[in-house]
Design a protein around this ligand. Structure first.
Ligand code: 13P
Ligand code: SF4
Length: 311
């Protein structure tokens, strides 16, 4: 089939099966363009819950499909390619979290959404990059917090909340960790009028904020936060430190503004494992269904629901 024929076949199957495609902001452009919804991890789960569809096709990585299955137990959740994992989610196992908790029995566990369902089920709160600071601020300041698995997002939370009783797990996303602060500073020197948008998973966040190039306007934001900021900002040029899939939507929504990737090679291999052919096969063959053990689902949902109650 040609690309046009594949897109038409996907549309037809979606209509006949009462299915919708929910895509993450890092998905390749052609997939974002056919999706019914595109957003960050939090927005995907919220939209999936509200939409009255029978089947959700999650165009994103595995933990996002698991999160949708936890949030929407009455919907069929399919991931077009189950190999689409996440290096950050894989940086902590349930066994490692249980051992960490045993060393800190009174601590509150806050898990980033980039974790497996089994890790979420061992957590008190879930959070995403857009609400991690709000979630931590809602916890009794006297309680110790175990924050996992992203070390750099955790460092950002410590900076923003001023709390010093937060223990960090040393996990990282291999895509964001490689965005080099020196290259970032170089780009900012070449485009002195640009604003800098940095995802808190970036290993360069600490250094970029600690030694900002002269006159820099830096904003640490989730992917949806970057989209909102770019829409509202008076500035016309932005250096963007995150996975480059986001540039598709930034540019599409703001054709009169310029977006420059801090690192042109910052491409998530897992996000790019989903293709139009995979989506077509997911719909035609009803694969790959994401099933969560009911007890894990119940406990993981508690952590997600506590987060949603905070906002
Ligand atoms: P957002 O929650 O900002 O969409 O980020 C998810 C992610 O995987 C970042 O690498
Ligand atoms: Fe995971 Fe990093 Fe890919 Fe996000 S960019 S899905 S954190 S590997």
């Amino acid at each position: 089939m040609t690309v046009k024929e594949t897109v038409e076949a996907i549309d037809d199957l979606k209509r006949r099966q009462d299915a919708v495609i929910v895509a993450h902001n890092y998905q390749p452009g052609p997939i974002q363009d056919i999706a019914d919804f595109v957003g960050d991890s939090l927005a995907m789960a919220r939209w999936a819950q509200k939409i009255p569809a029978k089947t959700l096709i999650i165009a994103g990585v595995y933990f996002m499909a698991e999160t949708a299955a936890i949030a929407c137990p009455d919907k069929e959740v399919l991931i077009p390619n189950p190999e689409a994992g996440c290096s950050l989610a894989e940086s902590i196992s349930p066994e490692e979290l249980m051992a960490w908790k045993a060393d800190h029995p009174d601590a509150v566990v806050v898990s980033y959404v980039n974790t497996s369902a089994a890790v979420k089920a061992l957590s008190d709160y879930c959070c995403t990059s857009s609400n991690a600071v709000a979630v931590v601020n809602a916890i009794d300041p006297e309680r110790e917090i175990l924050f996992l698995p992203d070390f750099f997002l955790g460092s950002h939370v410590i900076r923003q909340t001023g709390r010093h009783n937060i223990q960090l797990w040393p996990g990282e996303c291999h895509v964001h960790a490689t965005i080099d602060p020196d290259q970032l500073h170089d780009k900012m020197r070449r485009f002195p009028d640009a604003e800098l948008l940095i995802h808190p998973e970036c290993g360069c966040t600490t250094k970029a904020l600690a030694i900002p190039p002269d006159g820099i306007r830096a904003h640490v934001l989730s992917t949806d936060g970057m989209l909102v900021h770019a829409r509202k900002a008076d500035g016309r040029r932005f250096v963007v430190a995150t996975e480059i899939g986001l540039l598709h939507r930034l540019q599409k929504e703001n054709p009169d503004k310029e977006f420059i990737a801090a690192e042109a090679e910052a491409r998530c291999p897992f996000m790019n494992m989903i293709t139009l052919d995979h989506i077509y096969r997911a719909l035609s063959d009803h694969i790959y269904r994401v099933e969560i053990d009911p007890d894990i689902r119940r406990r993981a949902w508690q952590a997600i629901d506590r987060m949603l109650a905070i906002g």
